[in-house]
Design a protein around this ligand. Sequence first.
Ligand SMILES: *[C@@H]1O[C@H](CO)[C@@H](O)[C@H](O)[C@H]1NC(C)=O
Ligand SMILES: *[C@@H]1O[C@H](CO)[C@@H](O)[C@H](O)[C@H]1NC(C)=O
Ligand SMILES: *[C@@H]1O[C@H](CO)[C@@H](O)[C@H](O)[C@H]1NC(C)=O
Length: 208
Amino acid sequence: MESCYGLVIILLLSTSCNAQIRNPFEAVQGCLQYDSVPGYNDTLEYFATDSFRHVGRTHNSKYIRVGMVGPTDGIIRFGKSRFPYGESVSEICLSGWSNQKTEVNRHTRSSNSEYINTPLKIQMTPNVLSKTRPMMFRLEVFDNGSVQLTKDGEKRPFLEFDDNHSRLDLDYIAFTKWNHELFYYYDCPLNMDSNSVDDTIVLRCSFA
Ligand SMILES: *[C@@H]1O[C@H](CO)[C@@H](O)[C@H](O)[C@H]1NC(C)=O
Ligand SMILES: *[C@@H]1O[C@H](CO)[C@@H](O)[C@H](O)[C@H]1NC(C)=O
Ligand SMILES: *[C@@H]1O[C@H](CO)[C@@H](O)[C@H](O)[C@H]1NC(C)=O
């Protein structure tokens, strides 16, 4: 209790405060950065999630935290092998169509020039991507087949899908792009995704 009274006194003494914009890239602290992103039809580099330092597990799910910076079309593929030619992966194209809609596909690629996309979901996600601040989210794959994407600081997913209710594998993940440059953060610390407020503005006070 005594420390609470101390805090109150300090707040009462504070005289001048001004709002400052926190550096939004603080959110990527501890992540790995991926900025040599191959194109949509190029050979992708699949990373084994089990070699990540930060992998979350619950009794019915596995999750990681990733981020992206760019104007539109943040594209992630994940599946169960490092070279998924001839088998399907799940593809999330976050905010394609000029940062307006997200499309989820079952992506089956036989070569760098041939693939089939089976659409699983199309959803409005206006302006979630940004060129100046990282869009950070948790990607969680459940045993019941659901996949949920939950933005940092939010409790409910902004995107949820499944592929015919079958369990999807988050063993390998790769990042790609369409016609715009963008870059990614992966293997991110998981502890930051529980912030309940969007604290991009901090009050800096000077105590007189
Ligand atoms: C799968 O489980 C998750 C977590 O319990 C739940 O949010 C989701 O609605 C479930 N999906 C289906 C299709 O039952
Ligand atoms: C969906 O799952 C059912 C039962 O497992 C299967 O018979 C069917 O072929 C699947 N459909 C697609 C489009 O994969
Ligand atoms: C990828 O390949 C498909 C089919 O060959 C083509 O239609 C599409 O424009 C290509 N995408 C890019 C970004 O090069």
